[in-house]
Write a protein that binds this ligand. Sequence first.
Ligand SMILES: [Zn+2]
Length: 397
Amino acid sequence: MTDTIFTRAKFADGTLKTIRVSGGRIAAIDNEADVPGNGAPITNLDGALVLPGFVEGHIHLDTSFYGGKWISHKPCTNGFDVHERVEFQRQNMAIAEPMDVRARKQVELCISNGATAMRSHVMVDGSVGLASLETILQVREEYRDLIDIQLVAFPQSGILKSPGTPDLMDAAVGLGADLVGGLDPASFDRDIEGHLDVVFGIAERRGVDVDIHLHDAGTLGVFTIEQICARAKSLGMQGRVAVSHAYGLGDVGQDIAKRTAETLVEAGVSIMTNAPGAHNFPPVALLRAAGVAVFSGSDNVRDSWWPYGDGDMLGRANMIGYRSGFYTDEELEAAFDIVTTAGARALRLADYGLRIGAKADFVVLDAEHVPEAVASVPRERAVYKAGRLVAKGGKLV
Ligand SMILES: [Zn+2]
């Protein structure tokens, strides 16, 4: 009953194997480069490196301008101000292409780069209501055979500061959002307890996971992380809560970072970092050594926040390694783990990886091994979802 046989597939350890795919899953991995066919179609990978599908763990499908007209970045008038950036975003959204058009371009960009799973935050607040989520839910449906997408109800304008938002976030989960989000409980809403009451209240009532944007610096950021960890622990939500950005962990000294890492492990809270250029960011190696699930994402791709971003998680692994001072093969492999296996752990993706029984989601490219792939970021890739070729040469097939 094999659907497809992939021969001469090079695994990370350098061995050539044969992968048999059945019903969209890896049915067998044979330790020979070529096995006799049984009538099923054979794809000869010719010794190319096979990697598990990339996990795009944090993106914003509703606010990117990628693929549309270039919209120049507008600096804040008086130093960085989240409220002003949100206002610029509102102005930009009014002149950009329709949201569904932009979201499709971004999803296709990510798939063609090798993402087979994604978590996108989608604005849900008093200004846009549930309209953005409705659009992105439709786009998710269109691409369901090409990529698995989780959606986070993201309160871009705060929860307590934006009237009606708690009810809208709850309704968003009812509509199909998979997680409930949050945004800087201290600096944005100026009420950590009140903000987290809403977020974890919805999570508990609806049985969904949590992923909170936390840009707050230094000890304020760390203190907020401690409060989030306490909630996760007391609600028995270990493994189901993520903090995105967590810049504060990159500001504090090693002792505090280590102590916080232990708190994160105990509470089963993961950390998302995209290794942003202009910020301190979490000490990736320290967190991983303690056992924290560190994952990554593109975050903003050519939007009102910055003009960068290419939806390439292999490039992101390169960036994380570059900014973290990762040079050894083991360190480069760690950077790769962040955009693959650790990402799958943080997103609680069942059936992930190059193993029997897992979904046959993988990326094929030309590199000697994982460290070289992270260092060289080959552009030419073939992307397989459920054993089917879905993208090649930077385009969907
Ligand atoms: Zn974000």
